[in-house]
Design a protein around this ligand. Structure first.
Ligand SMILES: [Fe+2]
Length: 178
């Protein structure tokens, strides 16, 4: 299985100040912004057209002493790879249960390492979907069935489009084309 690091999500105390800092320091652009859970705001940042986000910042860090890591995310090649990780997590007693989650643009399993650091293992879907989006998927279905269910759930979301089209738009926004 080919596993590539993709992004991390940090909990922060001052969302706007932190987003401004990363945009100023690294030239990141805000890819999306919205609410997850109970009025927790999240901002997705990227410095490249190839990634919807490389860093996301979400509200909820209570103090400097409190940890800031929500999760590190690792990309794999297929839904079958994600299913294999899901099944491994379910069988391993060092970690808690894994949560099958889909953001529409990805099919993921979330779990935590033995010290509680969050991990997301995901594969891309062929589509861009405005974020944040959180739903679940059924690990007992085949990969094709999972993909069909994800499409059916998210294709009505405003801005749903093929990933290549989104990347072209982003390449232009980042001044990468030409
Ligand atoms: Fe993530």
């Amino acid at each position: 299985m080919n596993v590539r690091w993709s992004h991390c999500v940090l909990r922060v105390r001052d969302l706007d100040a932190m987003a401004d800092f990363y945009c100023d320091a690294l030239g990141f652009r805000v890819a999306d912004r919205g609410e997850v859970g109970r009025s927790t705001e999240i901002v997705f940042l990227s410095g490249s057209s190839t990634d919807h986000h490389q860093l996301a910042l979400m509200q909820g860090r209570t103090s400097v002493e409190a940890g800031s890591l929500d999760h590190n995310a690792f990309r794999v090649d297929s839904i079958d790879d994600v299913k294999a990780v899901h099944d491994w997590v379910a069988a391993d007693d060092r970690v808690g249960p894994g949560f099958p989650v889909t953001h529409g643009n990805a099919v993921s399993v979330y779990f935590a390492d033995p010290e509680g650091n969050g991990i997301e293992v995901f594969c891309d879907t062929p589509w861009h979907v405005r974020q944040p989006q959180i739903s679940s998927w059924d690990p007992t279905l085949s990969a094709d069935e999972v993909l069909s269910a994800v499409r059916a759930e998210f294709e009505a979301v405003d801005g749903f489009m093929p990933m290549e089209q989104y990347r072209e738009q982003q390449a232009e926004a980042f001044g990468e084309s030409g």
